[in-house]
Design a protein around this ligand. Structure first.
Ligand code: SAH
Length: 346
């Protein structure tokens, strides 16, 4: 068997590995506890497993690490990590502090192919998918950092660079690993996956019924506009998206989040608000209105007054909505910005 990173393995897959080696499968639980509770950095640190088994593990698995390149702390405590992967690729991960806990915004791909016009991540094409281990290590490295202050990561949002449903299998494996009760134990309801709307994957995801939160980057409520700024809409237009979401709700009974960035003069009129209400009425959902993080392009953030009018319109029309609180505005916490900046410096 090829040498693989130990953090790539869910407990289920480790059990299969041990069975294949004719060893007891409870070893998988011991490994999980050692990795995610004790936080060993070498198999030799495990004390409750026989030497021969340890030797076998050392042969079959590596201990990948993330190198912290920079760490920027904003006034509100939001911390942005720039990590270097083993192949030298750079990725960003953001730690946010909420009144309900600590959440980590995880990157799922190096670059992104979705090409949404307003997004800094889309400026660089997808180079490759991240492995489960590379996503697990983003959470684990930040959790180790918090541990020094006796705190822990309580929430994970898969909203960093990349389209998680364009890296489906690895992202699902990642979710299983961080959710494992013998591991990091991040509750499914504390995990949110955000997608621009790859419809067939929404159906697949519904089948898994993981009880993870699903967020949809909607941003536009009519096909003409959405297709203009989001390529994915040409392939999966709004009708197909909404039908998939109805199916998702039927199977999982989980409320859906719609993300809607307010872009000045583009999607922030009361007419846009009306279209949005009409599109999502009847779905069990809520709308997260997001202040745009300007990235130097043609897109501007809506004025606060316009934003508030948009919000009021939704509420009056009985659509649940909130205006997203901003985090780390002073450190360019918008996805992709730091990485793009670093690449330009080169
Ligand atoms: N590809 C996934 C996840 C990554 S993007 C998705 O599309 O959902 C995470 C969220 O940030 C998306 O809603 C995206 O549209 C939004 N976003 C991208 N650029 C932004 C910016 N400059 N300001 C605010 N939100 C942005």
């Amino acid at each position: 068997m090829a040498v693989k990173g130990i953090y790539d393995y869910s407990r289920e897959r480790l059990e299969a590995y041990f069975l294949e080696k004719k060893l007891a499968k409870f070893r998988a639980t011991q490994i999980f506890e050692a990795l995610y509770r004790i936080r060993i950095s070498a198999f030799s640190q495990i004390t409750n497993i026989k030497k021969e088994v340890i030797a076998q593990l050392e042969q079959d698995f590596t201990f990948p690490k993330l190198e912290i390149v920079t760490k920027n702390v904003a006034r509100d405590g939001t911390t942005k990590f720039l990590f270097r992967l083993e192949d030298q690729s750079l990725i960003e991960t953001v730690l946010m502090i909420h009144d309900y806990g600590y959440s980590v915004c995880v990157t799922s791909q190096v670059g992104c192919n979705m090409g949404c016009a307003f997004c800094a991540s889309g400026m660089t094409k997808r180079i490759r998918n991240l492995t489960p281990a590379e996503m697990v290590l983003q959470v684990l490295t930040i959790d180790n950092y918090l541990r020094q202050e006796e705190k822990r990561v309580s929430h994970v949002v898969i909203m960093g660079i990349g389209e998680p449903f364009d890296n489906y299998d690895n992202v699902i494996e990642f979710i299983k690993i961080i959710n494992d009760p013998k591991g990091l134990e991040i509750g499914a309801r504390h995990i949110t996956l955000s997608t621009c709307g790859i419809v067939p994957k929404i159906y697949e995801f519904a089948e898994l019924n993981l009880q993870v939160n699903l967020a949809i980057s909607l941003h536009f409520a009519n096909d003409e506009k959405r297709s203009r700024y989001m390529k994915i809409n040409k392939k999966y237009p709004l009708k197909a998206l909404i039908t998939a979401l109805k199916d998702y709700f039927q199977k999982t009974k989980r409320r859906i989040t719609f993300e809607y960035i307010l872009l000045k003069g583009i999607n922030d009129s009361l007419e846009d608000a009306k279209e949005l209400c009409n599109l999502i009425r009847g779905l069990n959902c809520y709308v997260n209105l997001i202040p745009y993080n300007e990235t130097g392009g043609i897109f501007k953030r809506s004025d606060e007054k316009v934003r508030d009018q948009f919000f009021d319109y939704l509420i009056k029309n009985k659509i649940n909505a909130i205006i997203r609180k901003e985090h780390g505005h002073d450190i360019n916490a918008a996805c992709g910005q730091l990485r793009v900046q670093k690449m330009k410096e080169k």
